[in-house]
Design a protein around this ligand. Structure first.
Ligand SMILES: Nc1ncnc2c1ncn2[C@@H]1O[C@H](COP(=O)(O)OP(=O)(O)OP(=O)(O)O)[C@@H](O)[C@H]1O
Length: 295
């Protein structure tokens, strides 16, 4: 069986590129014929993967971080073509949520075994402004930090986020948003809103701790007004997901989430999606995943 392989060259500061040869060997050893798609940019990756899906490829294999998986899922969502996530990025939150082996060769071997056996796992996806996403869509403090980090020319690497966090903390103020959950609107001052198909974002932060990608629903974590000090103090609790016990945090569940508010943008899977207003929908079983923990 032919499979289309996307390698996110920049992922994990070159980790995906380094791992690629061994991943291809593991796919071949698993009885597959990998076709590596040339993808200088994410847009190229999405177009090339869409062409491979239209041509009947057996699966799309995304080697890299959440950005790589995000590119792959634009091509496969809603088509029935399986997606394999091979974690080799800085943030591998989709792989974590799906129970994909954390080591790239083991992930490729598991994906090949599932493809051989036809063991495809249906997984929900989020859809917003014509984009598919799989982990968490965020709006507010976190999207502002990502936006600022992406615009910084210096420093490079993860240090960009430290600088962006400090800059956004200095500007921290609650923003008024209209949050509509399954048709029920409420106007709230918020620090951030995270809409989760799966629990983790930002490289292991469990922002929507009970999000389940098989329930057809989205978990919505709303952080209301908090002081800078409280935000800095509460952030480490994101690793365990215990931030939801904080009095400023509420958690909701809905199939359709609408967000409106001035001057705010959204990111999902760590990639830019759209400025507000946006409609966020859960699409049950939009993905067929291979190589994940079987349920
Ligand atoms: N197949 C691809 N080819 C080229 N570029 C890609 C591809 N897939 C994703 N990208 C881009 O490369 C960036 C980094 O890739 P990815 O998210 O996979 O790795 P990462 O190490 O987790 O990233 P980050 O630097 O954001 O932490 C993404 O933001 C994405 O826009």
């Amino acid at each position: 069986m032919d499979v289309a392989v996307l390698v996110s060259a920049a992922a994990g500061r070159g980790r995906a590129r380094t791992a690629a040869a061994a991943v291809l060997d593991a796919l071949r050893a698993g009885g597959l014929t990998p076709q590596v798609l040339a993808t200088p940019t994410r847009a190229d990756a999405e177009r090339a993967a869409a062409r491979a899906v239209a041509a009947g490829t057996g699966a799309v294999v995304a080697v890299g971080g959440d950005g790589a998986a995000h590119a792959g899922l634009q091509a496969v969502a809603g088509t029935g073509t399986p997606l394999a996530v091979v974690p080799a990025g800085t943030g591998n939150d989709l792989a974590l949520a799906l129970g994909v082996p954390p080591e790239p060769v083991a992930a490729a071997t598991a994906a090949a075994a599932d493809l051989r056996e036809g063991a495809l796992r249906p997984v929900d996806a989020g859809r917003t402004a014509g984009r598919w996403w799989a982990t968490v869509l965020c709006c507010g403090f976190d999207s502002a930090v990502t936006d600022r980090a992406n615009r910084l020319r210096w420093p490079r690497g993860p240090r960009r986020y430290d600088v962006a966090i400090l800059a956004e903390l200095a500007r921290l103020r609650p923003r008024e948003v209209v949050l509509t959950l399954d048709g029920e609107a409420r106007t709230l001052p918020v620090t951030l809103v995270a809409v989760g198909n799966t629990p983790w974002y930002g490289g292991g932060m469990r922002v929507c701790p009970t999000a389940d990608p098989a329930d057809g629903l989205l978990d919505v974590t709303v952080v209301g007004p908090v002081s800078r000090r409280e935000l800095v103090r509460t952030r480490p609790r994101l690793t365990e997901g215990t931030h939801v016990a904080h009095p400023a945090v509420t958690v909701h569940r809905a199939a359709r989430v609408e967000l409106a508010g001035a001057g705010l943008t959204t990111y999902a899977d760590g990639e830019p999606v759209a400025a507000l207003p946006v409609v966020v929908e859960a699409v049950p079983g939009a993905l067929r995943v291979v190589g994940s923990a079987r349920t």
